[in-house]
Design a protein around this ligand. Structure first.
Ligand SMILES: NC(=O)c1ccc[n+]([C@@H]2O[C@H](COP(=O)([O-])OP(=O)(O)OC[C@H]3O[C@@H](n4cnc5c(N)ncnc54)[C@H](O)[C@@H]3O)[C@@H](O)[C@H]2O)c1
Length: 321
């Protein structure tokens, strides 16, 4: 199938990720149908679409009239057949469970053409395993979004053993054509690219806090006002390229290598998060939230609102909205 033939998208599962995908596809003027087994989930999805659109209107991403069209462009149903029969591209965002995902894939395939691409939002399950019982494993891919998918451009595309290269190419082109930034994993890897990078960083946060080197608040502050600012512009390798002056990243690694090796020697390498870290970090986060001025969010709801507002400003700078 050619990317230009993708006009209708079906979102299967209308939770946190499914509603947000649906909103994004409608924003990009695709026809969208959302399916969920639960009427309540569909009602909640409608409300979430409405609230997120209000935030996009408030932040001048779309105007009120466009907001109405985007909202009306999404159809909701509890019939899989109705949801998928006309779709050229299907995004599955049901719970993270092999059995649930395998069953829904079988159900979807009973109503679709042999051309339709199915993309799973899975956060880390193996595509080969989800597609184990599929009639067409060659047209099944992983397309892992970052929450919320209607704002974060990254999509990590993963292949199963039987996924066809032409399906990966079409999916990559499709996501690019609607303003996403797809990256393709050449091999299956648990956690994909970004969750692995996030957890490598977070293992070190855990260790620094547990060893009493710094508070949770200072670790957050250090990332937000230090490397986090640069990472929002370019990736860590490009940042190091600039840090190495005329000798680039290779020069930087040569120059700092002996010091870096000493840090690495001292850094965390545990394979399981210590159980007691949960209560320790929660207390630290509660304290951090208490210390924040209200205008940058000082409870969960206002933090989420502030995050989305800042994301929108950054995406505008990246020409991504
Ligand atoms: N939440 C995140 O931050 C995040 C980020 C990236 C990827 N993901 C992945 O996205 C997927 C969905 O996660 P979520 O956070 O949206 O979960 P969720 O619990 O918010 O939503 C799941 C939805 O699926 C529905 N559902 C359950 N069984 C179903 C079935 N058989 N058919 C149709 N709908 C069914 C539920 O009613 C619910 O509305 C998971 O694979 C998850 O790993 C989540």
């Amino acid at each position: 199938m050619k990317t230009s033939e993708i006009k209708t998208v079906s979102c299967i599962g209308a939770g946190v990720i499914g509603y947000s995908w649906a909103l994004y596809f409608s924003l990009k003027k695709l026809d969208v149908t959302v399916y969920d087994i639960s009427e309540e989930s569909l009602e909640l999805a409608k409300k979430r679409v409405h609230d997120s659109l209000n935030s996009l209107i408030k932040n001048e991403v779309v105007n009120e009239m466009e907001g109405k069209e985007i909202e009306q462009g999404i159809l909701y149903t509890t019939s899989v057949e109705e949801a998928v029969k006309d779709a050229q591209f299907i995004v599955e965002s049901v719970p993270e469970d092999y059995d649930i995902k395998r069953n829904i894939v079988k159900e979807i395939e009973s109503f679709t053409s042999d051309e339709t691409i199915i993309a799973s939002s899975t956060s880390g399950l193996l595509i080969t395993e989800i597609a184990k019982d599929a009639k067409h494993p060659e047209r099944f891919i992983g397309a892992h979004p970052y929450n919320p998918p209607h704002l974060i451009p990254l999509v990590e595309i993963t292949k199963g053993e039987k996924t066809s290269e032409s399906v990966v190419t079409t999916a990559k082109e499709f996501y690019s054509s609607i303003g996403k930034e797809p990256v393709v994993l050449q091999k299956e890897a648990l956690g994909f690219i970004c969750n692995r990078i996030q957890m490598a960083l977070y293992r070190e946060v855990c260790d620094l806090v547990s060893r009493g080197v710094c508070s949770v608040e200072d670790a957050d502050k250090a990332v937000t006002y230090g490397p986090g600012l640069r990472w929002g512009i370019m990736g860590p390798s490009l940042v190091f390229q600039l840090g190495g002056g005329e000798n680039g990243i290779q020069g930087l690694l040569k120059h700092l290598g002996p010091s870096i090796n000493l840090w690495l020697e001292d850094m965390a390498d545990f394979k399981e998060f210590p159980e007691e870290f949960g209560s320790l970090v929660q207390a630290g986060v509660d304290e951090e939230i208490k210390n924040r001025p209200p205008e940058i969010g000082n409870d969960d709801a206002s933090l989420a609102e502030y995050r989305d507002k800042m994301l929108i400003e950054m995406l505008k700078l990246h020409n991504k909205l």
